[in-house]
Ligand binder design. Structure first.
Ligand code: PEP
Ligand code: MG
Length: 574
């Protein structure tokens, strides 16, 4: 039976392929039936995996890291051993293999989901936090089952595969960067969740917030994913398939046509020069940035260097990553955002269950709470600044103390390099992200203290409209054209232009061609976005007249009625 599911499109284009169901975080867990006569050996395989992990834990106990207190480490290993040996993890999956005739990985995944759900309901926050330990132990068992103890999971994904997941974390999606597949769709998430943002950088059609896709879609079913319209068609008939093949071809041709303007100077009809830069997550994203004509990196989300690993990147490793980006972008400016960990981007050792993670210890708050970690990153960035133009960008600032503290720690990092006679750019510019309403409303102070600002609209919208950007239940409330948002944006841009300080927008709206003109009309001249959007936005800039847009924008800013705002923005785009 053919049917259609609607969600939020996060990355344009059309994909046609077969569904591969995956489970949260444990990416390669596929489900297959085990023949009755193979059930015993499947259960034995599970037992062997448990034994392997027992040995791993024993080994770990013998090699206590020097920088960790011995007693703490022993307590950690003991806890993980207890979890491993508890019958809920070591026995129940075998019962599931038997009763469901399924593979061991799937049985483990089902039991893990069940345990995590049970723990999520516990009121005591210490016990609730233990679900992270259960997940870690289960992942060890899974890796042992897959014959790759100690390694990060690697998905076996093919080009015509469409990943169907209930939820994926940004860390999960970043793993996909090393694999080729057609598309991914998820039940949860909003269009500006970090998961969706990484999906955009993969440049494959993707849809989130489908609510029931994971339940309704069966393994291997034929799917069409229309990432532009946010639609998934399950089991399409031949007529629908040929219509979408045609649309896919058209999309491809349009993308090819856009490549012609790659080297064209970015200026409006009335000769206003505009800067179009790239947002990147990892050094290898520079390739796409250059292919799409980016004139710099406006946002390097460095926290992705910290994800999908059991340890933290050393100062030298970070320095190499930043230096590589500077070298590969040959003479272009690179804006390195200090890590924005916390909320939906957790890192081992610093993850804690916060009652309200988006409002918790995230970004600069975490950096100030962990000054040693921050110090290493700052030194690494400063060292890389000896090789080309680097700017430092501080995320989620909300008050003057945070700016002062961040500036103080940067000065300390410089001093430590001076003491070791290590070179760096003494005039490195320091900027702040304006993504908390408090920062937007006290923009004058921020402009006095900082060299430049970059508006993070994903968070600015999240915090101003009070909608969790990762929650699909409120995704429909995400509205960049809410009069409050337009008012804030205009105030920030105007204030920065007035004092002659550089202002950019690096949130997802910078890559939305429908909003290019209203931002130009507000006086914005610097946009940073995922490379995949650069040429579409450039096309828009090349055909715009800022003088005319300024007047139309003023009219929109005086309007409160949302429908009327939509009409006026549409009229700008004809
Ligand atoms: C933003 O909030 O708009 C932004 C660019 O930062 P991030 O999406 O990484 O939170
Ligand atoms: Mg942000």
């Amino acid at each position: 039976m053919s049917f259609t599911i609607h969600g939020a499109g996060v990355s344009g284009g059309i994909a046609i392929g077969h569904a591969q169901l995956t489970s949260h975080a444990l990416l390669e867990v596929t489900h297959y039936t085990v023949a009755k006569n193979k059930i015993r050996s499947e259960k034995a395989r599970f037992d062997r995996a448990i034994k392997t992990v027992q040995k791993e834990l024993k080994n770990l106990e013998k090699h206590i890291p020097t920088d960790v207190p011995e007693a703490e480490f022993e307590a950690f290993i003991n806890l993980h051993r207890m979890i491993l040996e508890d019958s809920t993890l070591s026995e129940t999956p075998k019962e599931l293999i038997e009763s469901m005739s399924c593979n061991a990985e799937w049985a483990l995944k089902l039991q893990l989901d069940h345990l995590v759900e049970q723990f999520s309901k516990i009121e005591d926050s210490y016990l609730r936090e233990r679900k992270a330990d259960i997940r870690q132990v289960a992942e060890r068992v899974l890796k042992a089952l897959l014959g790759r103890p100690g390694q990060a999971p690697v998905a076996s994904i093919e080009e015509n595969t469409i990943i169907v997941a209930h939820d994926l974390s940004p860390a999960d999606v970043v793993v996909f960067k090393h694999h080729k597949f057609a598309s991914f769709i998820t039940d949860l998430g909003g269009a500006t969740s970090h998961t969706a943002i990484v999906a955009r950088s993969l440049n494959i059609p993707s849809v989130v917030a489908l609510h029931q896709a994971r339940t309704l879609i069966q393994e291997n079913e034929m799917l069409i994913v229309d990432g532009t319209a946010g639609v998934v068609i399950v089991n399409p008939d031949e007529t629908v398939l040929s219509e979408y093949r045609l649309r896919q071809e058209q999309w491809y041709l349009e993308q090819q046509k856009l490549k012609r303007i790659r080297r064209t100077k970015t200026a409006t009809i009335d000769a206003v020069e505009v800067e179009l830069q790239a947002n990147i997550e990892l050094p290898e994203d520079v390739k796409a940035a250059k292919e799409n004509g980016a004139t710099g990196v406006g946002l390097f989300r460095t926290e992705f260097l910290f994800l999908n690993r059991g340890d933290l990147p050393s100062e030298d490793e970070q320095y190499e990553a930043y230096r590589k980006v500077v070298n590969d972008m040959k003479g272009c400016a690179i804006t390195i955002r200090t890590f924005d960990l916390g909320a939906d981007k957790q890192v081992e050792g610093f993850s804690r269950v916060a009652p309200n993670p988006a409002l918790g210890q995230r970004a600069i708050r975490l950096c100030l709470a962990e000054p040693k970690l921050f110090h290493h990153q700052l030194r690494a960035i400063l060292r890389a600044s000896a090789h080309g133009k680097i700017r430092i960008l501080i995320p989620m600032l909300s008050n003057v103390h945070e700016i002062d503290q961040a500036l103080h720690l940067i000065a300390e990092a410089k001093k430590s390099l001076d003491a070791e006679k290590i070179k760096y750019d003494k005039n490195v510019e320091i900027g702040g992200m304006i993504e908390v309403p408090a920062a937007a409303l006290s923009i004058q102070t921020f402009l006095q203290k900082l060299d430049f600002i970059s508006i993070g609209t994903n968070d600015l919208i999240q915090y101003t409209l009070a909608i969790d950007r990762a929650d699909d239940a409120v995704a429909h409330l995400y509205d960049p054209m809410h009069p409050a948002i337009l008012g804030l944006l205009s105030t920030i841009i105007k204030a920065a232009n007035r004092v002659g300080k550089s202002v950019a927008v690096c949130g997802e709206i910078a890559g939305d061609p429908n909003l290019t003109r209203i931002l130009l009309g507000m006086g914005l001249k610097s946009f940073s976005m995922h490379p995949a959007h650069l040429l579409t936005v450039k096309q828009k800039v090349l055909t715009s007249n800022v003088d005319e847009l300024r007047i139309a924008t003023q009219k929109i800013l005086r309007t409160q009625n949302p429908d009327r705002i939509d009409q006026l923005v549409d009229a700008m785009n004809v």
